[in-house]
Design a binder for this molecule. Sequence first.
Ligand SMILES: *Cc1c(COP(=O)(O)O)cnc(C)c1O
Length: 360
Amino acid sequence: MERVYNFSAGPSALPLPVLEKARDELINAKGTGMSVMEMSHRSGMYLEIIKEAEKLLRELMSIPDNYKVLFLQGGASTQFAMVPLNLMNKSKKADFVNTGVWSKKAIAEAKRYGTVNIVASSEPDGFNRIPGLDPSEFSRDADYFHITINNTIYGTRFTELPDTGEVPLVTDASSSILSQVYDVSKFGLIYAGAQKNIGPAGLTIVIIREDLIGRTMDFTPTMLNYKIHADNDSMYNTPPTFAIYMAMLVFQWLKRQGGVPAIEKLNIEKAKLLYDFIDNSSLFRGTVVPRDRSLMNVPFLLPTEELNKKFIKEAEKAGLVNLAGHRSVGGMRASIYNPMPLEGVKALVRFMEKFELENK
Ligand SMILES: *Cc1c(COP(=O)(O)O)cnc(C)c1O
């Protein structure tokens, strides 16, 4: 069977060469007579894999030496608690920008451990934008300032970072890590579930400035303590070995594409193609204010719920799958992460053109 163009928001499409390489090594990895899944995480062969994964990620994101890279589990959702448990340690206050469902979940967890100040929210606008930020609303003594840099469900992104001064900026970058160049030194901590732009589900990446490690709340479970994982090179317990191996293959693939600056250029081209079509269409419409549009998740609507349904169904028949919007918002959403080729976006736009002619 042919492979489809998969616009899933996550878990999402992986590059075909990565899947082929994993397939080739599945039963006998590098002459060991076993799969990577079957190796001890403390074997020499596996240590090479995890070291290579970290080295490539550091190279791709130009991660400064004073940051640790942690390979964890539990998804971004576990970070909603792990961040406050480890970072809310002086004033026990944190500032948050509320830009959607994931921000709200992060806020709800942080509230269990300290005081949350919501400096701005786009909830009154249905999360169709990034709210304007007024620095006079920021808490000068906050232990950290949290943003969701790309909002997977609504299709918005921060194009400018808030200037938080000495307060460490923390971001959930689950759906945009490695899609565009980020200056890691502007952040205290970046976290991301792997299943959108990195690899299979089961791996969570945390990039944390070293001085933020080690002042955890007393009752923090061992497994939720960054220091434990940092001191043990992400090997305190068994890490998600196969997911880390897959991430390593994705990092190798991304490097072959020219790294993050090259993929960013391609991502801008892909997103522009789709947004330009939507803006010029008399049938389809976008849902996000143009300034804050995501490069990764592109939501759009047709005039009626009936047409939305028809579009999703017919697109699927044409090999363009997983275009339904998140269950909380409906409509359509095309997630066009790094592995989605330009050709896939072109095929979607051609299909939308045809649909428009047939349904005017
Ligand atoms: C998908 C997603 C999450 C949830 O991730 P899990 O790994 O399922 O916990 C959180 N934040 C953002 C921005 C996401 O896109």
